[in-house]
Design a binder for this molecule. Structure first.
Ligand SMILES: C[S@@+](CC[C@H](N)C(=O)[O-])C[C@H]1O[C@@H](n2cnc3c(N)ncnc32)[C@H](O)[C@@H]1O
Length: 319
């Protein structure tokens, strides 16, 4: 009997097996070990100090989901693994997978988060979080910065700029960028910025944006993937603070996952809201209408919304 199409969809969507298999393979760095060479399960078990049966079954699972190829008794990376899961590749996504792995425990308490409305944040790894943000931002930085109106912009504050991917993107356009973030984050960003040879063009400013002065006045403040971690009241007070640090006529640009007015799509925006339920006391994703209303309330005019893939950019100018 053939499985009905909707049943097949349900099984695939409800299964956590593939996610867990990918995360474990990434933790063992199997894709690095298999890059450019075919190896047996026994050889990989030895190299990874793992159990031979455990490794063989994991490898077969990876073949089944399409990340590895198997010929006779040897395994090698499928093209998708070579492109995205081998460290050092331009499109590398292994750090964000390590971050997802640390979220796994928190998400296992989703039932409790729904019942209590309280975050269930028991695990976290700051380094993989920040490097993971870099993996994601590198995929879209050119498109995002290319879509902004940078006429007359000489100074930009990248607020909560994390790895500094956007600050570096602005610096490459000969704009003086300031990366404001927590001291523990800046230790990681500093390495990335120095590695890119842009250290003299990106200023690092350590602080807590909920408490400290943001400096300025800047021509533009870029707030990417920050507001979803906070409740509406805190978002409004952060935007108010940004206004103080902008020159007259300067602009604020918010980047977030796009969430439409139903609040149930697109998929990434709706699912990320659940991630914020699990990990923050008041965060969720917001619709362009909600964020635009905050810009209006905090004195920004010429408000504009642009949707780029599953991301939304909302901007406003200080009166
Ligand atoms: C989701 S990441 C976004 C990183 C970057 N803007 C991007 O889009 O790739 C959130 C960033 O906000 C920073 N952050 C969170 N709370 C902060 C605070 N109170 N003050 C300064 N930075 C903060 C974190 O360290 C992290 O780098």
């Amino acid at each position: 009997m053939r499985t009905p199409k909707d049943m097949a969809w349900l099984r695939k969507t409800a299964s956590f097996f593939p996610s867990r298999i990918i995360l474990t393979a990434n933790n063992y760095r199997l894709f690095d070990m298999l890059e450019g060479r075919s190896r047996t399960a026994g050889a990989l078990a030895k190299a990874a100090s793992a159990d031979a049966r455990g490794m063989e079954l994991l490898l077969n699972g990876l073949v089944a989901i399409g990340l590895l190829e198997k010929k006779e008794r040897k395994y090698r990376n499928a093209p998708v693994a070579s492109r995205y899961l081998v460290k050092g590749r331009p499109d590398y996504q292994g750090d964000i997978l390590r971050h997802y792995d640390t979220l796994w425990d928190n998400w296992s308490r989703l039932d409790l988060a729904v019942k209590s409305g309280c975050p269930q944040r028991k695990s976290g790894d700051h380094e993989s979080f920040i490097l993971g943000m870099h993996n994601l931002a590198l995929q879209k930085v050119k498109k995002v910065i290319g879509s902004l109106d940078l006429k007359g912009v000489k100074t930009v504050l990248d607020l909560g700029g994390g790895p500094g991917t956007y600050a570096m993107g602005f610096a490459r356009k000969k704009i003086a960028a300031t990366l404001f973030d927590l001291p523990e984050t800046l230790k990681i960003s500093k390495r990335l910025i120095e590695g890119s040879g842009l250290a003299d063009r990106v200023r690092l400013l350590a602080g807590d944006f909920t408490k400290d002065d943001l400096g300025g006045p800047y021509d533009m403040i870029f707030i990417s993937q920050i507001l979803h971690s906070f409740g509406a009241r805190q978002c409004v007070s952060l935007l108010r603070k940004c206004r103080v640090s902008l020159r007259k006529g300067g602009s604020v640009v918010i980047q977030e996952f796009h969430l439409d007015d139903t609040k149930a799509g697109p998929v990434q925006g709706a699912l990320f809201a659940v991630n914020m339920l699990v990990n923050t006391p008041e965060g969720r994703t917001y619709t362009p209408a909600e964020m635009t209303s905050w810009l209006k309330k905090t004195g920004f005019e010429d408000r504009e919304t642009k949707i780029i893939d599953e991301t939304v950019l909302i901007s406003g100018r200080k009166k």
